[in-house]
Write a new protein. Structure first.
Lengths: 172, 564, 283
């Protein structure tokens, strides 16, 4: 009985859902100065946004963000892209997020998602998990894990989004 | 009866959701997203590593989250299945069902969630409902959560619910309130200022029915407090690159199996000071925890039903040998100090070279409390001196240097020294002193092919099979992590989607075991598939200082995760 | 407006939640859960004070008894809690109420004591101190004469059994909790007797040749909670052994609870000689 019900629910939900997945607006995260903000602050004047979920203890995350750091200035100049790094560190290491970012000379917009509300809302299972969001706030591309050099693939997507071209690799 | 209740709640939740959807007249709107994870395991007996045959042959864990969002309304449910639970997961997880469901309304000034929710007050020292699927840990509250933001910069939260415990809910009722004021948002003139300040306070109360718990003295039972309260105050101050965070928590009398039913109140203090600027950061953390284990059911001794969370302040190591002896927080009592420094040698300097060099030094020391026993169950328990340390539990120093040798080759070299008290995680013996060296070399062959080599060495004064006298009885050390170890790993990432890795850990002296592993993986978009074959060491899997005992396994594992 | 409602709701919830923390007073961390009358090990600190138990046989029609009362009151003031006194109203005509409106202070179990220790031909006032024997018979004496020397002889020693008694209440019903500590090995069987005495009972009383209409009777034996010869002490009797028992006190309805006290004494089962005694107010 329960299982039939569940199936029906899932089908019903799938049926009414047609719109593109967007970034949720009202999830609470913390800015670097300790203030609680809503995810609606993640804006970039209609230009593309990269949202990267990471943690201080996650090696591939750090490799990815460090690799992007080297080219971030160029990316910004060419496409106007902004990288938002959302840390899922909990109380154990959350206080190390800012020193970690400063120590690595990251110029990203950084938020803390200690309660992992944003992580859940974005269906992130493992970090690193990177999203590309277009000017309308729609998630057009996502990827988990990182291998050295993959930032170039990411940038191809960003360039297309900035130019308004469709992305072949859909979000799914 | 319980199942029926669940179904009624679920139906109600769906009706509410449906009602909200139709009222908003956007029946065609909204969207569904979700994620799915499937893990499987086949394991065979191996007496050397201590694995046993699995009667079911195949063990699997699965989980699917489905989330529906439409404007301010969202609803979700999670299906979990453990057929049968994988090694290291509690057998109580056996089964399939809806583990979690909720309906939520979120606006700028008000958020309401009914159903299962996760929440954290401050650092979580008095309340943290969270989940970690790899730890098999989920203490979600099922009930109601309301968050109000009456003015900018002020957040008020109220929660009430019962905690998940495997497929059931603990009988303890958890109620909590929290308020936080962020002056930078509250006071207009402070916006964008170099100075920032946030203060907060919370209170959590647990109610649990009376029960008979026998006191040490026969014929007596404990006079249990039915309502146990815990409160905390916290602040976060900053000026430019400096910042200071502190939280102090106190808990009322809470006799439970975790503290052997003593009536001493609990307290915890955590202080963190940081300075950072571009290319340099320094950070010092101190904490003292005394009798702060806070669970919604007194008699629960496992890893479930924790209301609060006491973070570990040691660095979370990721290299295999550095994390071989991880430190698990002792919420019943510990003191700790941790320091962390990061420095970047600039490009073009003598030490920086062509690409710059990263230096990262971290050190931590954790001790027990200095306590004087007063009595056992049904007494105050013990007295402790505030600034006096007890036994050494753990200490480490790690120095990590990361350097790009050329545009294609990057080297990370790490040296670590650790002192580990085996009694903290239930083993025996003297303090272990370990030296660890890790070399991690990444070679970007070309745009789509990357090779990674990792070599690790661990030298320890601990010996597997060594004999000790414990309470006048000769006991042998059966901790299979002891001894001197070597490890090699080669990982090849190709076509930017595939990876294959081969590794081996070998106890070359005073130890036992040869743990080889081969794994193949595929990443595409938000999908990840990994298949591995080899031997897995028994040990502790720790995330955030919370640990799970994982038994040894020998065989095939696979894991599939995807988000949509 | 909505904002204020949210705020008010949260403040109300706050007030309710903030009171939700119970505190257990120190010393009450544990509560008794064993069966009444069952012996358990005790971990209380039991003093080894030796006390004397005086049972005074008296009666409202005993004209010399008020004189003895005066001597006893003086001794009680001198010895404080080291002297426990119970007045047993005699079962023959001495104890017969003078006026029909007076309460009858004789008790059935107390009558057994009268018969056993005094026989039917007793001359009152008469008393026993710790039920001692002299030359094979009960060492009874006239309490009207000074007896400080007798008391001193009893309480001068360290008690071979230490006693501690607390009175408490559970669900409205009073109980006595007695702790026994062995200071030396005792192999003989022991019994524990618990009784209720009441002060400030007003009756008619003969004194000398006059009949007093309103005489204050104190420490009157009203009830023996245990069997009149006590309940068995279950203990191995080794030095250092500490045992405890809890006995419910089903107080008779005509007693004024505020005026009542409990006395407990341990005696040899065989000889009925009292080893030690203790008293406390009935809460």
């Amino acid at each position: 009985m329960k299982r039939i019900l569940l199936t029906l629910v899932c089908l019903a939900l799938a049926g009414i859902a047609t719109a593109q997945n967007t970034v949720p607006q009202n999830v609470t995260i913390k800015a670097m100065d300790g203030t609680s903000v809503q995810t609606s602050v993640i804006q970039n004047d209609g230009k593309p946004i990269i949202i990267s979920f990471w943690a201080t203890w996650c090696k591939p995350c750090n490799r990815e963000l460090n690799a992007i750091k080297e080219v971030y200035e160029n990316w910004q100049k060419e496409t106007g892209v902004k990288l938002v790094a959302v840390s899922i560190d909990d109380a154990r290491s959350a206080t190390r997020v800012k020193p970690h970012a400063d120590g690595n000379e990251w110029d990203y917009e950084i938020y803390l998602d200690q309660n992992q509300d944003f992580k859940r809302a974005m269906n992130v299972v493992n970090v690193p998990h990177t999203f590309v969001v277009n000017g309308k706030g729609e998630i057009v591309w996502q990827h988990t894990s990182y291998v050295d050099g993959q930032e170039e693939e990411l940038y191809e997507v960003v360039k297309k989004v900035a130019a308004g071209e469709p992305i072949e690799e859909a979000a799914e | 009866m319980k199942k029926r209740n669940n179904r009624i709640v679920l139906l109600t939740a769906l009706c509410v959701a449906a009602g909200a959807v139709s009222q908003a007249q956007v029946l065609g709107g909204g969207h569904v997203s979700g994620n799915v994870q499937l893990d499987g395991q086949i394991s065979k007996a191996d007496s050397v590593i201590g694995s046993t045959n699995v009667a079911e042959k195949l063990l699997s864990n699965m989980r699917a989250d489905v989330l529906y969002t439409n404007g301010a309304i969202s609803a979700g449910l999670r299906i979990e299945g453990y057929l049968n639970p994988m090694l290291g997961f509690d057998a109580k997880y056996k089964g399939v069902g809806v583990a979690n469901y909720f309906v939520s309304y979120q606006r700028e000034r008000l958020s309401i969630t009914a159903g299962n929710f996760y929440e954290q007050f401050g650092n979580g020292m008095i309340l943290r409902a969270y989940e970690d699927r790899y730890l098999g840990m989920d203490n979600a509250l099922r009930g109601l959560s309301v968050t109000g933001r009456p003015v900018n910069g002020v957040t008020l939260k109220g929660v009430i619910g019962k905690q998940r415990c495997y497929w059931d809910y603990g009988r303890g009722l958890v109620r909590g309130l929290d308020g936080e004021v962020s002056f930078n948002s509250l006071i207009k003139s402070l916006e964008g200022s170099k100075f920032h300040a946030t203060v907060g306070a919370g209170f959590v109360s647990k109610y649990e029915e009376d029960e008979t718990v026998n006191a040490e003295q026969p014929g007596y039972k404990l006079n249990l407090p039915l309502n146990v309260g815990a409160g905390s105050v916290r602040m976060d101050l900053g000026y430019g690159g400096f910042s200071l965070q502190a939280e102090y928590a106190r808990k009322g009398q809470d006799p439970s199996i975790m503290n052997s039913y003593i009536y001493r109140p609990g307290e915890a203090l955590m202080v963190n000071a940081t300075y950072s600027q571009r290319g340099f950061s320094a950070n010092v953390q101190a904490k003292r925890v005394d009798n702060m284990s806070f669970k919604s059911v007194r008699s629960e001794s496992g890893q479930m039903l924790y209301i609060n969370y006491i973070p570990a302040i040691t660095k979370q190591h990721t290299y295999a040998f550095l994390s071989m002896f991880p430190y698990a927080t002792q919420a019943t009592g510990e003191m700790g100090l941790q320091g962390d420094v990061m420095y970047k040698f600039k490009k073009g300097t003598a030490l920086g070279g062509k690409y710059g060099t990263d230096l990262h030094i971290n050190s931590a020391i954790i001790t027990g409390l200095d306590t004087t026993r007063v009595g056992g169950a049904g007494t105050y328990g013990y007295n402790s001196k505030w600034l006096k340390c007890g036994d050494l539990y753990y200490g480490d120093v790690t120095v990590e240097v990361a350097k790009k040798l050329s545009s294609a080759v990057k080297l990370t070299a790490t040296y670590g020294y650790q002192v580990f008290n085996p009694e903290v995680d239930g083993h025996i013996g003297n303090l272990h002193h370990n030296n660890v060296v890790v070399c991690d070399l990444t070679w970007k062959v070309n745009k789509k092919n990357v090779l990674r080599f990792e070599g690790e060495w661990l030298g320890s004064d601990s010996k597997y099979g060594e004999k000790f006298m414990v309470g006048g009885v000769e006991t042998e050390n059966h901790d299979r992590r002891c001894g001197d170890w070597l490890m090699g790993l080669v990982e090849y990432n190709f076509l930017s989607k595939w990876f294959v890795s081969v590794s081996d850990q070998y106890a070359y002296r005073d130890g036992i075991g040869n743990y080889y592993n081969v794994s193949l993986g595929y990443n595409y978009g938000a999908t990840r598939l990994q298949i591995g074959y080899g031997k897995q060491r028994e040990g502790l899997l720790c995330i955030g200082g919370v640990c799970r005992q994982v038994p040894a396994s020998n065989g095939l594992t696979f894991s599939l995760t995807t988000s949509f | 407006m909505k904002r204020h409602i949210i705020f008010a709701a949260i403040v109300c919830a706050a007030l309710m939640t903030l009171t939700s923390c119970d505190k257990v007073e120190e010393g009450k961390y544990t509560i008794f859960s064993g069966a009444a009358g069952t012996w358990f090990n005790s971990n209380e600190n039991i003093p080894d004070t030796q006390r004397a138990f005086l049972e005074k046989y008296t009666g409202v029609r005993c004209k010399n008894c008020p004189e003895a009362d005066e001597v006893i009151h003086a001794a009680m003031e001198k010895y404080g809690d080291r002297l426990n006194v119970a007045s047993i109203h005699f079962n023959n005509s001495f104890g017969e109420p003078i006026k029909p409106t007076d309460p009858d202070l004789r008790t059935e179990k107390g009558n057994s004591w009268c018969d056993y220790f005094m026989g039917s031909s007793a001359a009152l006032p008469s008393a026993l101190l710790n039920r001692g024997r002299s030359g094979g018979s009960w060492d009874s004496f006239d309490p009207a004469a000074g007896f400080d020397d007798r008391v001193d002889a009893v309480i001068g020693n360290q008690a071979s059994i230490g006693l501690l008694m607390n009175a408490g209440e559970e669900e409205g019903k009073p109980y006595a909790e007695v702790h026994i500590g062995f200071n030396r090995d005792i192999t003989e069987a022991l019994t524990l007797t618990i009784l209720v005495i009441e002060d400030d009972i007003h009756t008619s009383q003969l004194r000398g040749r006059e009949q007093l209409d309103d005489y204050q009777q104190n420490h009157v034996l009203r009830q023996i909670v245990t069997d009149e010869w006590g309940m068995d002490v279950v203990a191995d009797g080794k030095t250092g052994t500490k045992r405890m028992v809890r006995v419910p006190v089903d107080l008779r309805s005509d007693c004024a609870r505020g005026n009542c006290s409990l006395i407990a004494f341990v005696s040899y089962k065989e000889s009925r000689e009292i080893v030690n005694s203790v008293s406390c107010r009935l809460k």
